[in-house]
Design a protein. Structure first.
Length: 492
C-alpha cells in the first residue's frame, strides 16, 4: 500500500514537472527561468520582498514574463500599456481572482467586492460607486475630514506635550480607521477607546499573511487540506471583523430610514434587504479593510520619507505656511489646512505623489485569472493563467522615469504646454480600469489633509539624530509597509 502511494506520488511529480516545463503556446511571454520545479515552481525564488525580486526578473526578461507560483502559471506585467490591456481593455476576461483557499475563505466564496466574481462584483461596485457619488464626497466629507484631522492633531499634541516619541503607524491607523468608520458606517471612536485598539489589532492580523508566500495556497494537492484547516479549524482573522460588522448592522437597522440613508452601509442594507445578511457583512468587511490599510500605509511612507529628507520637509512646511498666510478668508479654518488649500500646494502634492511612486502600498493589486486565451503586448496569455501587475517595477521603469531610484518630488512639477502638471502614464498606485480603487478620491483627500496638518505643526526628525535615517526597508504582505518606526516631534 505504502509503495503504491509512493509510486503514485512520484508519477504525480513527474507529470507536474513536465506540465510546467512544456510550452503550451508558441507565443507565450518569455519564461523567467529555464527550469520550473515540480509543485513549488519558482515560489521559493521570490524571497521575502517579491515585488523587488520580480522587478529584477523584469530587468532580465522584459516587461511581461512567465513563471510558476506553485502550480499557478503566472504572467507578471509591468509595462503600463500592457497593464491597461489586461485591467482595462480586456477586464471582462480577467474578473476572477485565483480560487486559492485564503481568498476563498477571506472573501466568503468571492462575495465581497475586491475579490468578487463578475456578477456579484457588478452589483457591489455599482452600489458603492452610486452611493459614493450620491453622498457627493466633495460636499459631505470635508467636515468629516476636518474633524478627524482635528482629533488626530489633538492626540499628536498630547504626545508632544508628554515628551514621548510619535509612533507613526499607531496614529496613522487610528486616523484612517476612524475616517472609514465615519464615511462608510457613520461611526467613530476616540483614540483612547479600547475598542479601537481591538479593531486595529484585527485589521493588522488580516494583513500579516504573505500574499504570495504561502505554499499551502498555491500547490494544488495541498489546497483542499488547507481550505478545511482555515475554514473549519483555525478560522481567519476576518471573522472577528465580521462580528463587528454585525454589531454595526444591528445598530443601523434600529433607526434605518429608507427615505434618508445616512451612509454607505445604510445603502447596502437597503439594497440587500434581509435576503443576504452574509453578503452585507462581507461587503462591510471589505470596504473597511481595503479602505483602512492602504491609506494608512501610504501616509506612513510619506512621514518616513520627509523625516529622512529634512530639506524636502522644510519646503513642504514653507509652502503650507504661505498658503495659510495668503488665505485672508481663513475665519472657519482655525489655522488648519483644508481641502480648499490643496490647489495652492503643488509641492506638498508632489511629495505625496513621489512617495506613492517609490513605495506603492498595494504593489500587486489583486492577481486575476484569464477566462480565455488573449493577446497581451503581442504575446498569448493562455486560459487559466494568473496575471499580476508589479507596480514597483512600473514605477521604477527607466523608460518613464529619469533616475527612477532617486526620490525627487520635483519630477512632478514640470509644466506642459497647457500649464498642467506633468503626468505620467506609468503612475498607477490605484490600479487602472473598471476594478481600480473605488476609494481613490477619498484617500487622496484624507492623506493630503492629514499629512499637511502634521507637517504644518511639527518638524519630524529621526530619534537617533539626522545622521541615522529611519530604516526604509519594506515589509511585504498584502500591502508593502514600512517597519514600525517613531519620530521626534519639534513644534513649529
Ligand atoms: C492610498 C490609499 C489606497 C491605495 C494605494 C489603494 C489601492 C488600490 C489598488 C491598487 C486596488 C486594486 C486595483 C486592481 O487590482 O485592479 C484597489 C482596489 C480597491 N480599493 Fe483601494 N486603495 C486605497 C484606498 C482605498 C480606500 C480609502 C477605499 C475605500 C473606501 C478603497 C477601496 C477599494 C476597493 C473596494 C477596491 C476593489 C475595487 C473593485 O474590485 O472593484 N481603497 N485599491
Amino acid at each position: 500500500m505504502f509503495l503504491q502511494i509512493l509510486l503514485i506520488f512520484i508519477l504525480y511529480i513527474v507529470v507536474n514537472f513536465i506540465q510546467k516545463n512544456r510550452k503550451s503556446s508558441s507565443n507565450e511571454p518569455p519564461s523567467a527561468f529555464s527550469i520550473e520545479w515540480p509543485l513549488v515552481g519558482s515560489l521559493f525564488r521570490l524571497g521575502i520582498r517579491p515585488h523587488q525580486t520580480l522587478t529584477k526578473w523584469a530587468e532580465k526578461s522584459g516587461p511581461i514574463f512567465k513563471f510558476y507560483m506553485g502550480d499557478y502559471k503566472t504572467v507578471c506585467v509591468s509595462d503600463p500599456q500592457m497593464i491597461r490591456e489586461i485591467w482595462h481593455i480586456n477586464m471582462d476576461n480577467f474578473h476572477d481572482v485565483p480560487a486559492i483557499p485564503t481568498m476563498r475563505v477571506v472573501s466568503g466564496d468571492f462575495s465581497n467586492i475586491a475579490m468578487a466574481r463578475e456578477y456579484r462584483w457588478r452589483r457591489n461596485r455599482n452600489l458603492c460607486a452610486n452611493t459614493f457619488s450620491k453622498m457627493n464626497l466633495k460636499t459631505t466629507s470635508p467636515p468629516v475630514l476636518n474633524n478627524q484631522c482635528k482629533l488626530l492633531m489633538k492626540y499628536i499634541d498630547k504626545i508632544y506635550e508628554s515628551g514621548s516619541l510619535f509612533k507613526v503607524q499607531e496614529f496613522m491607523k487610528r486616523y484612517s480607521v476612524n475616517i472609514i468608520l465615519e464615511v462608510v458606517f457613520s461611526s467613530k471612536m476616540d483614540y483612547e477607546d479600547k475598542r479601537l485598539d481591538k479593531l486595529i489589532q484585527l485589521t493588522n492580523q488580516n494583513f500579516v499573511n504573505n500574499q504570495t508566500g504561502n505554499i499551502m495556497d498555491v500547490v494544488s494537492i495541498l489546497q483542499p487540506f488547507y481550505y478545511i484547516w482555515i475554514k473549519y479549524i483555525t478560522g481567519v482573522p476576518v471573522d472577528g471583523l465580521k462580528a463587528y460588522m454585525n454589531e454595526l448592522l444591528q445598530e443601523h437597522k434600529k433607526d434605518l430610514n429608507p427615505e434618508k440613508p445616512r451612509d454607505l452601509y445604510d445603502q447596502i442594507i437597503l439594497d440587500y434587504g434581509d435576503e443576504d445578511v452574509e453578503g452585507i457583512l462581507r461587503l462591510g468587511v471589505d470596504l473597511y479593510l481595503t479602505g483602512v490599510e492602504a491609506g494608512a500605509v501610504a501616509m506612513e511612507w510619506v512621514l518616513l520619507y520627509v523625516t529622512n529628507y529634512p530639506e524636502i520637509q522644510q519646503k513642504v512646511y514653507e509652502e503650507l505656511k504661505k498658503v495659510l498666510a495668503d488665505d485672508v478668508d481663513d475665519s472657519d479654518n482655525n489655522g488648519m489646512i483644508n481641502l480648499k488649500h490643496r490647489i495652492n500646494c503643488p509641492y506638498t502634492l508632489a511629495v505625496i505623489k513621489e512617495v506613492m511612486r517609490v513605495a506603492p502600498a498595494a504593489v500587486f493589486g489583486l492577481p486575476r485569472i484569464a477566462k480565455e486565451d488573449v493577446e497581451i503586448g503581442g504575446y498569448t496569455v493562455t486560459k487559466g493563467t494568473q496575471v499580476m501587475m508589479n507596480l514597483h517595477s512600473t514605477h521604477h521603469d527607466k523608460r518613464f522615469y529619469e533616475d527612477p531610484y532617486v526620490f525627487d518630488p520635483n519630477r512632478w512639477l514640470f509644466e506642459d504646454d497647457n500649464n498642467r502638471k506633468a503626468n505620467n502614464m506609468a503612475f498607477l498606485p490605484y490600479g487602472v480600469g473598471p476594478r481600480s480603487c473605488i476609494g481613490q478620491h477619498l484617500s487622496n483627500d484624507f492623506m493630503f489633509i492629514g499629512i499637511s496638518n502634521i507637517l504644518l505643526n511639527y518638524n519630524l526628525t529621526s530619534p537617533n539624530g539626522q545622521n541615522h535615517l529611519i530604516d526604509d526597508t519594506p515589509i511585504f504582505g498584502l500591502t508593502v509597509r514600512s517597519k514600525p518606526f517613531s519620530v521626534k516631534l519639534e513644534k513649529r
